[in-house]
Design a protein around this ligand. Structure first.
Ligand SMILES: Nc1ncnc2c1ncn2[C@@H]1O[C@H](COP(=O)(O)OP(=O)(O)OP(=O)(O)O)[C@@H](O)[C@H]1O
Length: 322
């Protein structure tokens, strides 16, 4: 079990992370999200023991995780940290990079694991190629496979798919997170991409200016966002003031997703279409309502400057908030 209590680490310029608290059980997956510079990498590096904390503590089962002042070689053997600058041996092949980190097992078992990882991360075509000749995305895949060669208890991934193209990304992340669950490996990963977070994390922490704005199950973080910043990390969001819309909600402001607003033949709300955006499965429509932008979704495209009626899907909103 991982217990983080009041973790604070500030760089020389006083930027970093402050007063972070959370606990995870074995096999849990935690996503760290937040705008660029909010402290995701600093938190990940602190958890790996790369910094001497200013305050607070990190405990992995019975072991206290300490920084470089207490460790000749910073980092913990039971943990793997995959940084944004993945650390590979450039003059050896992809396969050798993975094999070098395998557990001391029989040659048969080692070959089986190395083949499994090579296939899992679609590296068969480049397994005999020297790492220095690989593309950024291929190097990143070798680095993930290498981190899993000897199964860690906790894996810390900093933007694990940043170099991988969309085409491969969907398949690879499904495989990676399924593999981690299968092996009961605890995982903490930093990302900017809501599509990494929603399907693959049990818990989500939202960071802003080095502080945790939220830490709950991913479903709660998404369904009941604490504030506009937390909600906006998952996409466009409407901040609806109760009084302006004559709505009966407990809070003065309600955060409403575009898919919770639909177009009607008649309604008490009328807006003008300002912009439309093709999103593949639907259109995102930006309306002007009394000089305020409202985002809604539509299955068909709508004409710019047309006047349209819209309404809130109260059943859906109440279901989400309850
Ligand atoms: N070595 C350092 N020295 C001084 N300041 C640093 C150092 N590393 C990070 N920072 C600062 O600490 C803050 C948090 O940085 P960090 O890299 O943790 O953010 P991040 O959320 O991972 O950002 P990104 O999403 O862009 O990778 C930033 O303001 C950054 O400029």
């Amino acid at each position: 079990m991982l217990k983080v209590n009041g973790l604070t680490y500030l760089h020389e310029n006083d930027k970093g992370v402050s007063n972070i608290h959370f606990e995870l059980d074995k096999g849990d997956h935690l996503a760290l999200i937040g705008e660029s510079g909010c402290g995701k990498s600093t938190l990940i590096k602190s958890l790996y023991g790369l910094f001497d904390l200013d305050k607070g503590s990190i405990q992995w089962n019975e072991q206290k995780i300490l920084g470089p002042a207490y460790n000749l070689v910073p980092g913990y053997p039971k943990f793997k940290h995959l940084s944004q600058e993945f650390d590979l041996m450039p003059f050896t092949t992809s396969e050798e990079n993975i094999q070098k980190y395998l557990s001391r097992e029989t040659p048969e078992k080692n070959k089986k694991r190395s083949d499994e990882l090579i296939s899992l991360f679609d590296l068969d075509d480049v397994k005999h190629q020297k790492v220095k000749t690989l593309s950024g995305g291929q190097k990143q895949r070798v680095a993930i496979a290498q981190a899993l060669a000897k199964p860690p208890e906790l894996i810390l991934l900093d933007e694990p798919f940043s170099h991988i193209d969309q085409f491969l990304k969907h398949r690879l992340r499904r495989r990676l997170f399924q593999f981690l669950k299968k092996e009961d490996i605890t995982c903490i990963f930093a990302t900017h991409d809501a599509d990494d977070v929603l399907p693959f994390s049990d818990y989500t922490m939202v960071l802003k200016d080095g502080e945790a704005q939220d830490f709950r199950t991913t479903q709660l973080v998404f369904n009941k966002p604490k504030n506009e910043y937390c909600a906006s990390l998952f996409g466009d969001i409407n901040v609806i003031e109760k009084t302006k819309f004559n709505l009966e909600f407990e809070d003065d402001k309600v955060l409403i997703f575009p898919h919770e607003i639909s177009f009607k033949k008649v309604s008490e709300y009328q807006g003008i279409i300002k912009s439309t955006y093709f999103k593949g499965s639907h259109y995102l429509i930006e309306l002007d309502f009394n000089s305020k932008s409202i985002f809604a979704t539509s299955q068909v495209n709508l004409k710019l400057n047309d006047k349209v009626y819209f309404d809130f899907d109260f059943e859906r909103i109440k279901q989400r908030l309850n």
